[in-house]
Ligand binder design. Structure first.
Ligand SMILES: C[S@@+](CC[C@H](N)C(=O)[O-])C[C@H]1O[C@@H](n2cnc3c(N)ncnc32)[C@H](O)[C@@H]1O
Length: 234
């Protein structure tokens, strides 16, 4: 689909969308720690919130809230990635939910990056990542060009976390012909203007869209996301 198609496809979604963050709050179903994460006003506040959430994150979000984005994105990537030896980076890996799914599917050459040492500690306990890197995805990464066959990022392009500018670094470290799979929480998609950034990258020949659709994100709060899959062309 060309970029005009992308825009046309997305406009109705923007018009019809509601503020899913506030909706979850109104419904009173999110725990205070989840509200803290979604409303953090700076990186330090966000990191502190993840420090306090790390141990209970999987239980709270997956078991109690129906956080399905890791499964949605992993399924999407695995539609295209056919080599179980593929070198994969889980960007914003958190406690390792994505890595666990990929590992169970036989994709074991997986590394993770996150800026929260406490979330990384939880990921390390799962014993599935070949390497875990502590780094801020909004900065230049200390990773050489074209290293990975695929980069997957789930739940990290979201309100007050990482914005669309970080996509440039993910493209840089992905091999030509490799894939980038990411979710964007619906409200962030609108507020942080993902479409212009994605269109500019497509126009510059950085990547081509393979799939982009609206998908479930956190079922108990009725939140959705954009699930995106791009193939690197440069
Ligand atoms: C909602 S969690 C998602 C974690 C995991 N991918 C998942 O789906 O469960 C968001 C993650 O992004 C990380 N994060 C937020 N801002 C970041 C940044 N600037 N650089 C690196 N990681 C960041 C947080 O530490 C947290 O682990």
């Amino acid at each position: 689909m060309d970029t005009e198609g992308l825009l046309a496809l997305d406009l109705p979604a923007i018009k019809n969308s509601t503020n899913t963050i506030n909706r979850g709050e109104r419904m009173g179903i999110r725990k205070p720690i989840h509200e803290r994460v979604l409303n953090a006003s700076c990186k330090q506040e966000l990191k502190a919130a993840y420090r306090d959430w790390a141990e209970r994150y999987d239980t709270d979000l997956v078991d109690e809230m129906g956080y399905v984005a890791p499964k949605v994105a992993s399924d999407l990537l695995l539609k295209y990635l056919n080599d179980p030896n593929a070198r994969i980076l889980d960007a914003g890996c958190g406690t390792g939910l994505v890595g666990s799914i990929m590992h169970k599917c036989g994709y074991t050459n997986i590394e993770g990056v996150d800026y929260s040492p406490d979330m990384l500690e939880q990921a390390a306990e799962k014993g599935i990542y070949r390497a875990l890197i502590e780094a801020d995805l909004t900065n230049a990464l200390n990773i050489a060009d074209r290293q990975y066959d695929a980069v997957i990022s789930v739940g990290t392009f979201t309100c007050g976390h990482v914005g669309p500018q970080a996509l440039d670094e993910l493209v840089r470290i992905t091999k030509k012909g490799g894939y980038i799979c990411f979710t964007v929480r619906e409200q962030a998609w609108e507020e942080d203007r993902y479409i212009p950034k994605i269109e500019a990258m497509t126009a510059a020949g950085a990547w081509e869209m393979k799939e982009m659709h609206t998908a479930d994100y956190i079922r108990q709060e009725g939140a959705s996301c954009k699930a995106c899959l791009y193939r690197i062309t440069q």
